[in-house]
Design a protein around this ligand. Structure first.
Ligand SMILES: Cc1cc2nc3c(=O)[nH]c(=O)nc-3n(C[C@H](O)[C@H](O)[C@H](O)COP(=O)(O)OP(=O)(O)OC[C@H]3O[C@@H](n4cnc5c(N)ncnc54)[C@H](O)[C@@H]3O)c2cc1C
Length: 310
């Protein structure tokens, strides 16, 4: 197996153009598992870890540009306040060791339907920055997932960064696993209230061939929430929202869970997540006044906290 080690981004793009079959490796927490389990041996590994700019994030207006090499640990520590949904999801990924190596770009590269970053990226309208020697292009997250473990990258393209809008309202991520930590999701759900636009974003994980939004649920909730008066959430609206989210899924029976359980659990996760997000919105009078950040990054919901389980 060839081991390609570019020192610059331009060199990485040249190598990928010359060797499109080369497997990029960032944190290696997916790639090395596949190799160790003998699930295929790449002809070449393209090691992206020496490229300094991939390890950086920056703020460009209301968007965080997250370099492909920024680890979950750094995202949690440095960006929890402005990307609360993605930070919550990141807290549930693997163990500290995995979070110290693994990246959102690697999650996107693997494109597993169960990847934890996908629901919050969908809920908040992230955009993937892909590049090749032919040029750069922006791929809206909803167009990125093309099948089970398949994505929209061309063979010569690499992910340079992910652009994630700064939260403009409460965001939550919830995940069901067979235990509290170190688990791949049985199913997962993320919500983002886009308060200024009176819009609801959703992302459903591990319950269809690809991560997906629950569009009917988004439209239903956006039309029925009392954005102006901030009155309490109608339990009937919350329940129907959960049903619509579950209806958007197309789960299968597999080793982690049965389709019927996933459908039931998603409805519960979604109903609860809408309740938490709406309660935050009602409590925060700044929520629709263009503030910079969402919820504090400290506590965290999702797995490991009672808000993460159905
Ligand atoms: C013990 C363990 C627990 C785990 N738990 C979880 C979990 O709870 N939730 C979860 O979602 N995942 C989990 N994972 C999977 C893995 O950690 C994540 O998918 C992680 O985000 C992968 O990131 P990485 O940087 O390590 O990717 P890598 O392994 O380096 O790469 C993953 C894929 O992305 C491609 N790739 C990497 N960088 C780029 C790039 N810049 N451009 C294009 N393609 C690229 C690679 O070729 C490969 O196909 C776990 C893994 C292990 C080993």
């Amino acid at each position: 197996m060839d081991f390609l080690r570019p020192r610059t981004w331009a060199e990485a793009l040249d190598l990928k153009a010359a060797r499109p079959e080369a497997t990029p490796i960032q944190g290696g927490t997916d790639v090395m598992v596949e190799i160790n389990l003998d699930k295929g041996r790449p002809a070449a590994l393209l090691d992206l870890t020496p490229i300094p700019e991939l390890r950086e994030w920056s703020r460009e207006g209301d968007v965080i540009r997250l370099g492909a090499g920024v680890t979950y640990a750094r995202l949690i520590g440095e960006l929890g306040a402005c990307l609360p949904g993605l930070a919550q999801a990141s807290r549930t990924v693997g163990s500290p060791q995995i979070r110290n190596r693994g990246t959102v770009a690697g999650n996107l590269g693997a494109a597993s339907p169960a990847g934890d970053s996908h629901p919050p990226l969908l809920a908040c309208d992230a955009v993937v920055e892909a590049e090749s020697v032919r040029g750069a292009r922006l791929i809206p997250i909803g167009e990125f997932y093309t099948g089970v473990k398949r994505n929209a990258l061309a063979p010569d393209e690499l992910i340079r960064a992910v652009r994630v809008p700064v939260a403009r309202g409460p965001q939550y991520f919830s995940k069901i696993g067979t235990r509290n930590a170190m688990v791949i999701a049985v199913c997962s759900f993320s919500i983002a209230l886009h308060a200024a636009e009176r819009r609801v974003g959703t992302g459903v994980g591990s319950a269809a061939p690809t991560p997906r939004r629950a569009v009917a649920a988004e439209e239903f909730a956006a039309a029925r929430l009392d954005w102006q008066g901030r009155s309490p959430l109608d339990p009937g609206v919350a329940r129907r929202f959960g049903e619509l989210v579950a209806g958007a899924a197309a789960p299968i029976d597999d080793v982690r869970g049965r389709a019927a359980y996933r459908t039931h659990a998603l409805a519960v996760l979604a109903r609860r997540a809408l309740g938490w997000a709406w309660a935050d919105f009602r409590a925060d009078t700044r929520a629709d006044s263009g503030r910079d950040s969402g919820r504090d990054s400290g506590g965290g919901s999702g797995a490991g906290d009672d808000r993460g389980s159905a």
